[in-house]
Design a protein around this ligand. Structure first.
Ligand code: LMR
Length: 397
C-alpha cells in the first residue's frame, strides 16, 4: 500500500526551521518560524510558567484522563482572557469553549464542526494568510475561497477591495480573520475596520472565524481583542480559535482553545455536544499540561501579574526591534523604504525584497527567511543586528 505514496513537499515554515538547524555557520540568523527569542537568541520558559509548573508538580495527584472538552477552569479563564472578564456574552450561556491541542488543533475542531453544521461549507481566507490555513482548513473538507487582504507593493491592507469581496459572500459562509498580529504581514485591521466588517457580517449573514494566536504581542492584551469582542457583542454566531503557544511560550505543550458563540444557550449546548464528538473522533481529549499551567496562572493574581509583565516585555522588545531594524537599513543604496515594518504589529512583517535577494541572504549569509519575505522580528537581537543589517544592505545593492 505505501508504495502508492509519493514524497510530499516539506512545510515551508517547518522545513526552513530544519534547514536552519542543519546549517553549521556560527553567524546564521533564524528569522523564520514564529517563535519568540529574547535578546540572547533564546526561547525562554516564562517565569510565571516555571512557578506554575512548580505548583503543579506539588499539587497534581493524578494523570487520569481529562474530559473531552478539557479542563473547565482553563476554558473559563480562556473565555475571560479573550472576551474580557465582564463581557455581557459570558452571562448568557451562548459561548461553548473546549480546550484544544494548540491553535492548529483549535482550527481543525472549528473546521470539522462547521462541516457537521453545513456539509458544503465554504470558508473565505485572506491573501496572504498563514501558509497552513489552506491545508489545515481545506484538508478538513471546507471549500476555500479567497479575499484580497494585503498589497505587497504598497505594504498596506487592501481594505476597500477586501470589503468589496466580502460583500459578495453568501449567507452562511464562513470568513477567516486574524484577531491581531496578522501572520504573515503584521498589518492589522484597526477598530474602524472591525466595526465595518462586523456590520457587514450582520447584514450579509456570514460567520466570522477568528484565529487569534498572538493576543498580547501586538498592541496589548485588551487592544488585541477589540475585534473579537466587538463581533461577540454584535453577532449571533462566531467562532474563535486561540493559541497559548506565543503569549505563554507554551509552543510544544500544544495549548489552545476553540469557542463557538451560538444564537441561544440551548443552541450552544448542542454545538458543544457536536464539538465533543468531533474531538472524540480525532484525539479523544486534549493534552493537559499546558492548559493546567495557563489555568493556574490566569486564576492566581500574583502569577497573572507576573505573566502580564513578562508578556509586556516580549511585546516591547519586538516593537523596539522593529525600530532598530528600520533605522539600520533605511539608508540603503537601492533606496528601498522599510517604514511599514515600524507601523506594523506582532512578530511578523514582510521584508519586501526579491526572491533572488532572499536566496542570497540564505546562501551567502546564513539568514533564514520564509519565501514570502516574512521576517520574525523576535529573531533580531543586539548581537546579530549589525551583521543582519549589513547583509540586507549588501544584497540590496
Ligand atoms: C509560524 O507561523 O511560524 C508559526 O505559527 C509556526 C507554524 O506552525 O507555522
Amino acid at each position: 500500500m505505501f508504495e502508492n505514496l509519493k514524497p510530499t513537499k516539506t512545510d515551508p515554515i517547518l522545513g526552513l526551521m530544519a534547514a536552519f538547524r542543519n546549517d553549521p555557520r556560527k553567524e546564521k540568523i533564524d528569522l523564520g518560524v514564529g517563535v519568540y527569542m529574547d535578546d540572547s537568541g533564546h526561547t525562554p520558559v516564562m517565569t510565571a510558567v516555571k512557578s506554575a509548573e512548580a505548583r503543579l508538580f506539588d499539587e497534581e495527584h493524578t494523570k487520569s484522563y481529562q474530559s473531552i472538552p478539557g479542563d473547565s477552569l482553563y476554558n473559563d479563564c480562556m473565555m475571560k482572557l479573550l472576551l474580557g472578564d465582564t463581557h455581557e456574552i459570558l452571562k448568557t450561556g451562548r459561548v461553548s469553549t473546549l480546550q484544544a491541542p494548540g491553535g492548529s488543533g483549535a482550527l481543525r475542531v472549528g473546521a470539522e464542526l462547521i462541516l457537521r453544521a453545513k456539509t458544503d461549507a465554504t470558508i473565505w481566507i485572506g491573501t496572504p494568510s498563514w501558509p497552513n490555513h489552506v491545508p489545515l482548513l481545506g484538508g478538513a473538507g471546507l471549500s476555500i475561497r479567497q479575499y484580497p487582504y494585503y498589497d505587497t507593493n504598497l505594504q498596506e491592507i487592501r481594505f476597500d477591495e477586501m470589503m468589496e469581496t466580502l460583500k459578495q459572500v453568501p449567507r452562511g459562509d464562513v470568513v477567516l480573520l486574524h484577531g491581531c498580529c496578522h501572520n504573515p504581514t503584521g498589518a492589522d485591521l484597526d477598530p474602524t475596520h472591525w466595526d465595518e466588517i462586523t456590520e457587514l457580517a450582520l447584514s450579509k449573514g456570514f460567520i466570522p472565524f477568528i484565529d487569534i494566536a498572538y493576543q498580547g504581542l501586538g498592541k496589548g492584551l485588551e487592544a488585541d481583542a477589540y475585534g473579537l469582542r466587538t463581533m461577540a457583542s454584535a453577532l449571533p454566531e462566531l467562532i474563535i480559535a486561540s493559541s497559548c503557544s506565543k503569549n505563554f511560550g507554551l509552543y510544544r505543550e500544544r495549548t489552545g482553545s476553540i469557542s463557538f458563540l451560538s444564537d441561544s444557550s440551548h443552541q450552544a449546548e448542542i454545538v458543544l455536544s457536536q464539538a465533543k464528538a468531533v474531538a472524540r473522533q480525532m484525539y479523544s481529549m486534549p493534552p493537559a499540561h499546558g492548559a493546567l499551567l495557563v489555568a493556574l496562572i490566569l486564576d492566581n493574581e500574583t502569577l497573572r501579574i507576573q505573566w502580564q509583565n513578562e508578556l509586556e516585555q516580549v511585546r516591547c522588545r519586538i516593537i523596539s526591534m522593529r525600530s532598530v531594524l528600520v533605522d539600520r537599513i533605511k539608508n540603503n543604496s537601492a533606496g528601498v523604504n522599510f517604514d511599514h515594518i515600524e507601523r506594523q504589529s506582532g512578530m511578523f512583517s514582510f521584508l519586501g525584497i526579491s526572491a533572488v535577494q532572499l536566496e542570497r541572504l540564505r546562501k551567502d549569509y546564513g539568514i533564514y527567511i520564509v519565501s514570502s519575505t516574512r521576517i520574525n522580528l523576535a529573531g533580531i537581537n543586539s548581537d546579530n543586528i549589525d551583521y543582519l543589517s549589513e547583509s540586507i544592505k549588501s544584497v540590496l545593492s
